[in-house]
Structure formats: structure tokens, C-alpha cells
Ligand binder design. Structure first.
Ligand code: 5GP
Ligand code: ZN
Length: 114
């Protein structure tokens, strides 16, 4: 999608610290990390929010979560534990409207989140 920051990252038009790249999914370090490990995992196709998911995205979103698991292992945070999350729309804290899964680790997290 034109003018979408994460579509540009997925297309290699904007630089980012990429940690995973496959046919359908790319993952990169968050530019403003909120924890020692903060990775964003995105589908290469443009989907704006969780609200826009369709049944046809089922396999893709399953893959996305498995990438989170794989990267948590790679980053050495699997055993200690980590936080994953999708922010959806304004009240959910979404600022980039291309669906992304946050993978955060390397510190303790509170609950409920702020
Ligand atoms: P959201 O608030 O939409 O759930 O998360 C968007 C995330 O994208 C934020 O954590 C923010 O720091 C990150 N971000 C925004 N712009 C860029 C960018 O240009 N590059 C990277 N790597 N991360 C970005
Ligand atoms: Zn996009």
C-alpha cells in the first residue's frame, strides 16, 4: 500500500534491522524499543488492523505467531518469558496502521498493561 511505513519496510524501501524474512512475513527491531528485546513481526501484505482480518488470513496469522515463538527462542527469552501483543485502533494504542505483532522481552512486565 502506498504511503504505508511498514509496507515500505517489507519492500526494502526503508531500512530497518531485519531479524527474520520469509515469503510472507518479515520481522525487525522496533525503532523505539520498550524492552531490551522489542521486535515487530508483520505480514508482507497490507492489513490495517486486527479488525480487517478475514478467514483467508488464518494461515498467515498462524505463521506470524510461530515466528514470534521462533524469535523468542533465538533471542534467548523463551524460558524467562515474554510479552506479545497486537494494538488495535486508537484506544488500543495503535500508531502504525499495518498489522504487527509486538514481541517484547528481557525484563518483567506488569499486568494489567497501562
Ligand atoms: P503500535 O503503536 O502501532 O502498536 O506500534 C508501532 C510501533 O512501530 C511502535 O512501537 C514504534 O516505535 C514502531 N515504529 C514506528 N516507526 C518505525 C520505523 O520507522 N521503524 C521501526 N523499526 N519501527 C517503527
Ligand atoms: Zn502496509
Amino acid at each position: 500500500m502506498k504511503n504505508c511505513l511498514f509496507c515500505k519496510i517489507a519492500a526494502g524501501e526503508l531500512t530497518s534491522k531485519i531479524v527474520y524474512d520469509s515469503e510472507n512475513i518479515i520481522a525487525f527491531h522496533d525503532i523505539n524499543p520498550q524492552a531490551p528485546v522489542h521486535i515487530l513481526i508483520i505480514p508482507k501484505i497490507h492489513i490495517s488492523t486486527l479488525n480487517d482480518l478475514k478467514p483467508e488470513h488464518k494461515k498467515l496469522m498462524g505463521e506470524l505467531i510461530l515466528v514470534a515463538k521462533k524469535l523468542a527462542q533465538k533471542e534467548g527469552i523463551s524460558d524467562a518469558g515474554y510479552r506479545t501483543g497486537f494494538n488495535c485502533n486508537e484506544a488500543g494504542g495503535q500508531t502504525v496502521y499495518h498489522i504487527h505483532l509486538h514481541l517484547l522481552g528481557g525484563r518483567d512486565f506488569g499486568w494489567p498493561p497501562g
